[in-house]
Write a protein that binds this ligand. Structure first.
Ligand code: FAD
Ligand code: 2HG
Ligand code: ZN
Length: 474
């Protein structure tokens, strides 16, 4: 199984002298109690578990720098960890790598309320940043279901997409600067707060989405939009995916600049939300559900546009039923139906997760084809995701881990994706689980170049080994 752990590489093992060094550097913040380490050794999905004996909790960039300088000299492997919500096994050690957590690096450094540029430490929890900004009439340009736990440094390291990408674009555009500690402890201060800066190579892009394999992000500056004055959410039902796509087209045309999200889930997802989380379907049962959000500056204008759009899709029978929320608690309740699908799935047993980019008109064909292909081998085959971004979350469940089911899914799902020139990891990264499938989406020349960059920035390979790069590259 190409997603399984490779053999341990010949890194040093942590000694008493190493612990003494860490305890002097980080008094009270060098954790070795196995009970306290347990939750940092296992991922959110509880599918990957490492065996680290040391968790370090630095507060400053200087401390991160000293840790990495020491580990590099001693040839000790390090696994950077943020909120540990990653879904590809990248955030936990595979063996005994030292866990370097950003959880105490949680300070906002500056916020400019004219430009909307926020600069903060990497361990700030996304939801805390959102609350901080909302008090100042701004919002974060990204939002995800894991907001209560994930860190901004983790978001940048995975180049997380999420629910607002359709409107505000990817972190590759909104992140203006990064401070990064390199494997040998050098601090790279590229913490610019400029919208425009064409002075040579844009080095920060190397660290966005590199999953802790090239450096440890210690601070982020990010461009934040103004808080919209009016937000509306519509939850709609469609009887076919074709109608859902036509609704999307109509929506783009009629809502234009106020559209801020277009998300979907299928009826199987709704069943799981009802069964495990006791959420209620607010509309009549149907095969597909859409969450549309508008965000604008004038509620009367936005409501009129939304009303005209809803009238159009209802009278043309593209949409079978729907409900609209303008009030915060109802908006939150409707969003839960989309945001909590991942959580609902965890109650079904083991979940095989695929995060695929495809031409948008193809995304549900993969789900239907998978259902046919797997027959009754799988308990559930569900599809949901970010229609507006052409990103499908295909999730396949079984009562427990099932190697025969896995063999039926992989490489079939990746071959299918490659045939349509899609991406086998649209937004979650490669981590441990997907690293060896990179060739389905990248030419070998590109992967080899990634290997050269890794070798240049981290010649001893101490940063997040076994992750992101395929096994033939380390
Ligand atoms: P972690 O899980 O701790 O780490 C992720 C990776 O980044 C690891 O490889 C780790 O080594 C590295 N890393 C972490 N911090 C640093 C750092 N400071 N420097 C260098 N490397 C670092 N993802 C999406 O893209 N869109 C979604 O909509 C979305 N929704 C989610 C919903 C739920 C319920 C859950 C559980 C996850 C979801 N995710 C989503 C996946 C996950 O939340 C994101 O990948 C998130 O950005 C990870 O942040 P984290 O702080 O938890 O990082
Ligand atoms: C989402 O969009 C997340 O809800 C998680 O990216 C997707 O669990 C998944 O497959
Ligand atoms: Zn997603």
């Amino acid at each position: 199984n190409p997603g399984a752990a490779p053999p341990r590489l010949p890194f040093s093992r942590v000694t008493h002298d190493d612990l003494a060094f860490f305890r002097t550097l980080l008094p009270g913040r060098t954790i070795t109690d196995p009970d306290l380490l347990k939750s940092s050794n296992v991922d959110w999905l509880k599918t990957v578990e490492g065996n680290s004996e040391v968790l370090l909790r630095p507060k400053t960039t200087e401390e991160v720098s000293q840790i990495l300088r020491y580990c590099n000299e001693r040839h000790l492997a390090v696994c950077p960890q943020g909120g540990n919500t990653g879904l590809v096994g990248g955030s936990v050690p595979v063996f005994d790598e030292i866990i370097l957590s950003t959880s105490l690096m949680n300070q906002v450094m500056t916020f400019d309320n004219i430009s909307g540029i926020l600069t903060c430490q990497a361990g700030c929890v996304l939801e805390n940043l959102s609350l901080y900004l909302e008090e100042r009439d701004f919002i974060m340009p990204l939002d995800l279901g894991a907001k209560g736990s994930c860190h901004i440094g983790g978001n940048v390291s995975t180049n997380a997409g999420g629910l607002r990408l359709l409107r505000y674009g990817s972190l590759r555009g909104t992140v203006l600067g990064l401070e990064v500690v390199l494997a040998d402890g050098r601090v790279l201060n590229c913490l610019a707060t400029l919208r425009k800066d064409n002075t040579g190579y844009d080095l920060k892009q190397l660290f966005i989405g590199s999953e802790g394999t090239l450096g440890v992000i210690t601070a982020v500056s990010i461009l934040c939009p103004r808080k919209p004055k009016a937000v509306n959410v519509a939850f709609l039902g469609c009887s076919s995916f074709q109608q859902l796509l036509e609704t999307f087209q109509c929506c783009r045309g009629m809502l234009g600049e106020i559209l801020s999200a277009f998300e979907f889930l299928d009826a199987s997802c709704m069943n799981l939300l009802e069964k495990h989380l006791k959420l209620t379907n607010p509309i009549t049962e149907c095969p597909f559900y859409i969450v549309i959000e508008t965000a604008g500056s004038n509620s009367a204008h936005d409501e009129e546009k939304l009303h005209n759009f809803l009238e159009e899709v209802m009278t043309s029978s593209l949409v079978t039923d729907g409900t609209v929320a303008t009030e915060a608690t109802k908006i939150k309740a409707l969003w839960s139906l989309r945001e909590r699908v991942t959580e609902a799935l965890t109650h079904e047993g083991y979940t095989y997760k695929y995060d695929i980019s495809l031409p948008v008109e193809k995304i549900y064909d993969l789900v239907e084809d998978m259902r046919r292909h797997l027959g009754d081998m799988a308990k559930n085959v569900v599809g949901y995701g970010h229609v507006g971004d052409g990103n499908l979350h295909l999730n396949i469940t079984s009562p427990s881990k099932d190697p025969a089911l896995l063999t039926a899914i992989e490489p079939y799902v990746y071959e299918w994706t490659a045939r349509w020139k899609g991406s086998i990891s649209a937004e979650h990264g490669l981590g441990l689980k997907k690293r060896n499938y990179i060739y389905y989406s990248k030419p070998s020349e590109a992967v080899a170049l990634m290997g050269s960059i890794k070798a240049m920035l981290d010649p001893k390979g101490i940063l997040n080994p076994y992750k992101t790069l395929p096994d033939n590259i380390h």
